[in-house]
Design a protein around this ligand. Structure first.
Ligand code: NAD
Ligand code: ZN
Length: 377
């Protein structure tokens, strides 16, 4: 990566006592990875875990940045895609890391999107009862979401992310230039999570995104700003509620509907996670406004209008080839959320920037709403 640092990097601190760490955000930051790691863990060796797509574009630069600071590296590559969050690949990565003679005070570097971050983070959480790790996110989703907050996991046959651990990184280095090689569809999907931070708790940021999203897509300072604001929002919530016993659930805005849609599509390329979340947030706003009378319809229209303007899907009928039934979606929502006496927990909204956790949503109301949405097809 030859991009020069255009501005001073932005640092967002995740405040978790002894597990606190910095997220450093900036264009061209990768060159400083070695000096930053050497300062944090002098003398540590590293194993870089990445996927084959990411490695093709960025592995050489990462290895150069580390060796420049005298840091020994080895590498473990996995196939791209969610299928790598499996027991089989997890075992392969563990064995490869052990074979590279990594010691208790050495480091794993996760270079990739959320798949690599979740997998490598979980390997770090359990190998030798816990190795330190550094996140170098390469997707927008990983920059603003998966690399921050310490959730690591692989998937079970029973569902996604069911086998995992909380394990915080010691550093997140978000070089926004790494996103220049990301396919546009992936970037746009990650943008849904950026918009989520505005929609859930920061109306000012949402208004800023409405005016500046084109610059965020184009790269440059607006992209860095959007990532920094998003990370700050997530860091604040994680600092309040690291293990999701309360407030952290706000981050699930759009995720109850979204997960059901993703699952109904078999977690395939038909619907990327962020695309599902865009539809889920549109549904959460509409449900809050139309069926629960909680939010002005104008706010729902505004939220949906922005997601649609950037090219994200906002309606169930936007999913290619979708033949979904209300029974299937209600079953998936119930599995995801556990119905208690006919009541579901949802993240609802009182308007743009005003999400809250509601644990008394009547499942029958949700069913009527989904039936109406499917009838609009
Ligand atoms: P991903 O890691 O699969 O990356 C998407 C695709 O882009 C892959 O094909 C990858 O090879 C490719 N790619 C990545 N970076 C690239 C780059 N710079 N240039 C070119 N290609 C690149 O997907 P994702 O959306 O980043 O992450 C999704 C995963 O994140 C899911 O498994 C989800 O469960 C997890 N997740 C975790 C958390 C958490 O808190 N831990 C939060 C949200 C999502
Ligand atoms: Zn998400």
């Amino acid at each position: 990566m030859t991009a020069a640092v255009r501005n001073d990097p932005t640092t967002v601190r995740v405040a978790l006592d002894a597990r606190s760490y910095d997220i450093v955000i900036g264009r061209g930051l990768l060159a400083s990875l070695g000096t930053r790691i050497a300062a944090l863990r002098p003398g540590a060796k590293t194993v870089i875990v990445s996927d084959e797509n990411v490695a093709k574009h960025h592995l050489t630069a990462v290895e150069a940045a580390l060796s420049k600071s005298g840091i020994a590296t080895s590498r473990v590559l996995v196939p791209p895609g969610e299928a790598s969050k499996s027991y089989r690949v997890f075992e392969q990565v563990c064995e490869a890391v052990i074979a590279s003679r990594i010691e208790r005070n050495d480091l794993i570097v996760a270079l990739g999107g959320g798949v690599v971050g979740d997998l490598a983070g979980f390997v770090a959480a359990v190998l030798r009862r816990g190795l330190d790790f550094v996140q170098v996110p390469t997707t927008l989703l990983a920059d603003v979401d998966s690399s921050v907050g310490g959730k690591t996991a692989i998937d079970s046959a029973h569902g996604k992310n069911l086998v995992g651990a909380f394990h915080q990184p010691i550093l997140v280095l978000a070089d926004t230039a790494l996103l220049d090689t990301l396919p546009e569809r992936e970037f746009r999907a990650g943008y849904a999570e950026v918009a989520k931070y505005g929609l859930l708790g920061d109306a000012g940021f949402f208004a800023w995104l409405e005016n500046n999203w084109r610059e965020v897509f184009a790269g440059g300072p607006a992209r860095e700003h959007a990532i920094a604001v998003s990370c700050r929002a997530k860091a604040a919530i994680v600092a309040r509620d690291e293990r999701e016993t309360g407030d952290r659930a706000l981050l699930n805005l759009g995720h109850t509907f979204g997960h059901a849609l993703e699952a109904a599509c078999g977690f395939s390329d038909r619907l990327l996670h962020g695309e599902a979340i865009a539809i889920g947030m549109a549904l959460a706003f509409e449900f809050s406004a139309r069926r629960q009378g909680l939010a002005p319809m104008a706010d729902a229209k505004r939220a949906i209008g922005h997601l649609a303007a950037v090219g994200l899907p906002t309606r169930i009928k936007d999913i290619p080839g979708s033949q979904l039934s209300v029974d299937q979606l209600m079953d998936l929502i119930a599995q995801d959320k556990k119905v208690k006496r006919g009541m579901l927990t949802f993240i609802l909204v009182r308007g743009v920037g005003q999400a809250f956790i509601e644990s008394g949503v009547d499942a029958r109301e949700v069913r009527v709403f989904i039936s109406e949405k499917l009838a609009e097809q």
